[in-house]
Design a protein around this ligand. Sequence first.
Ligand code: SAM
Length: 449
Amino acid sequence: MSDRIRRAALDALTLISEKGLFAEDAMARAIDDAAPLEGRDRALFSELVRGTLRWRGRIDYFLAALAHRSFRENPEKIQNILRLGAYQVLFLDRIPPWAAVDTATELAKDSGHAGQVRFVNGILRNLIRRKEKIPLPDPGDPVAHLTVKHSFPEWFVRRWVERFGPVQAGNLLAACNEPPSTTLRINLLKPDVSGYLQRLETEVERFTPHPLCPEGVIVEFPGSVEKLPGFREGRFYVQDAGAMLVSRMVGVRKGERVLDACAAPGGKSSHLAELMGDEGEIIALEVDPQRLERIVENMERLGITIVHPLAGDGTSIDFPEPFDRLLIDAPCSGFGTIRRHPEAKWQKKEEDLFRHRKRQLALLRHLSRFVREGGTLVYSTCSTEPEENEEVVEQFLREAEGFVIDKVPAHLAGDVREMIDDRGFFHAWPDRHQTDGFFAVRLIRRAHP
Ligand code: SAM
């Protein structure tokens, strides 16, 4: 492994733990623009950063068991050198453990004093010798056991053990540690879709039509999505299948008037437009003007004409005409996307589950008035947690008159309808559906008698 890759991985990890950056942004900053990492080097860099973040809880447990004084007392950079080295020793077969120790020691020489260099070298050598002998916490204490086994914060594991029981919680935690596959939503507005799919199939290593979304294809390939055939021509949009199913919940038809109230970067707006055959009108409302630009770019690339980006605040904006369909894809903690953002495990706190609640309710209360009688409202989040899902909807329904839950949306395919529970709440789960965690509910505005 070249020096550049591990140095860049260390820089990214330190930017994340010191500055709280998203892994994606930290990784972009850590790579020298003049000498970008390509192909296998890029894949290894990404694996080192994301893998170390994903397994940080378990790694820290092992390091703490071996260190005489707390390894947490060391500067952040030394801690990250240890974590990066330990990740390779514990989880990567293709890097010889002694090589991982040597490279960690070299990195420590750049960043620390002689005592820290000896500390890094000593602990990692010890880890190689003793890794099989360090026991996990006893399964009799499922929270402590699963916290280390699956490398999640204890408060989060406790929630899921209480909600689902230890077995199901364990399955879900394990699925949240699986690196997600890439799913493309094929743009059905483009001509000769089958010809394009044949071409795509020959150029990727894995090509599997998605079992739940007719327009979804799971692909595996080295390198970045921009290099896949058809990217520039707008042949596809990269989107998790759980998100695709949320747009499908809306149940749009050609010619309708639709409000997508929290729209940037335009993933669901563009999907709705594709489902409408690019006929009708979609207002893509977004409060953040910079993010609004992303909607414009995406619609241009995909060749969509009916999406009209609009800067504005969904908690106060006014519309002269009602809409047939309203989608509120609300800002949330993002806990459903932990597979993709392992850094979030360590950055987010339980309070974050309540942080968006006021705004989620304000969006529902204000925008629901713009749904025509007989029209529908879909409220969704990329969170698995009831505080920003079921509880928000139930509170809204207690106050709002005239809205009822559409418990069995007739337009959905049977296997998607099965993802809706008895109360009418849709959940996509990483363990059961191999998607990110998504929540959605479809409400109908009853006509006045
Ligand atoms: N629906 C988008 C998609 O599928 O690509 C993702 C939306 S993201 C979950 C939530 C978005 O809501 C963010 O872009 C955020 O800036 C926007 N937002 C937050 N508060 C808002 C408000 N009061 N009015 C309109 N947009 C808002």
